[in-house]
Ligand binder design. Structure first.
Ligand code: SAH
Length: 241
């Protein structure tokens, strides 16, 4: 059995009980850079640990190789845990890994994790929705596809007052801001960058569309960018700092 498991956003205690149970019985754990390594201490002493983390500009293991590693482990071991940062199905490529296993007749289960897209703002005192302020929130990839666009984002599809959370967007923050201004967002619209959220290294940078690019020089990865009036609630609701 392969468990495609969410590790949560960083704070080890945000692991689910179900994830903890499979980690404790795993014969092998294949884990990512964003999965908190302290979680691995919960594994049995003889559990094989395989790191397949990726870092920008230093692509250690391509996705198709990761798929194959998981598959090979499933032939060799009874309990395989594939541990991924946040939730496996939120920009985690968990769907691709599940399909690869399915096509080879390998049994799998998905163990959802607490995604960074909502929990990192929560630790910064920013609710992704708030009655009377925002009708919806959207989680968007900030990963660049071409020189002038990000993934397949249709910028005109954004709803007014919607909270927008960008994952993987720090390196493209200038392009993100340019596009948001282009669709009519005010340059004083609030936004924040939250780095290493839910961990002791958490850093929150608050700004507006006008100054966030300049302020982003102080930011480090991993980081999410959150755009919306809900950012202003941080003044009252910040608790973790
Ligand atoms: N599956 C993950 C997301 C993977 S994409 C999830 O559900 O959370 C990787 C991106 O997630 C990073 O580029 C960053 O934008 C975000 N991220 C993950 N952990 C984070 C953290 N602790 N603090 C800030 N951003 C984080």
């Amino acid at each position: 059995m392969v468990y495609l498991t969410g590790a949560g956003p960083g704070d080890k205690d945000l692991l689910t009980i179900k994830a903890l149970k499979v980690i404790q019985k795993a014969d092998v754990i294949i884990y990512d850079r964003l999965a908190n390594p302290d979680i691995l201490e919960e594994a049995k002493e003889n559990t094989e640990l395989i790191f397949v983390g990726k870092e920008k500009g230093n692509h250690r293991v391509p996705q198709d190789e990761i798929n194959e590693i998981i598959y090979q482990c499933s032939l060799k071991y009874k309990t395989v845990v594939r541990l991924k940062g946040g939730d496996p199905f939120v920009f985690g490529r968990g769907g691709e890994e599940a399909l690869y296993l399915k096509q080879r007749g390998v049994k799998f289960e998905i163990i959802p994790g607490i995604t960074s897209s909502i929990s990192v703002p929560a630790y910064a005192g920013i609710p992704v929705t708030h009655r009377g302020i925002t009708p919806s929130f959207r989680v968007v990839t900030g990963h660049r596809k071409s020189s002038d666009n990000i993934a397949d984002i249709n910028w005109n599809s954004f709803i007014e007052d919607e909270t927008i959370v960008f994952l993987m967007g720090l390196h493209n923050i200038e392009l993100i801001v340019t596009n948001l201004l282009k669709i009519g967002k005010d340059e004083n619209y609030p936004c924040a960058i939250i780095c290493n959220g839910t961990t002791k290294k958490q850093k929150v940078i608050v700004g507006t569309l006008k100054d966030i690019v300049e302020k982003s020089k102080e930011a480090v990865s991993p980081a999410i960018i959150i755009v919306g009036e809900v950012v202003n609630l941080r003044d009252e609701l910040k608790w973790f700092d």
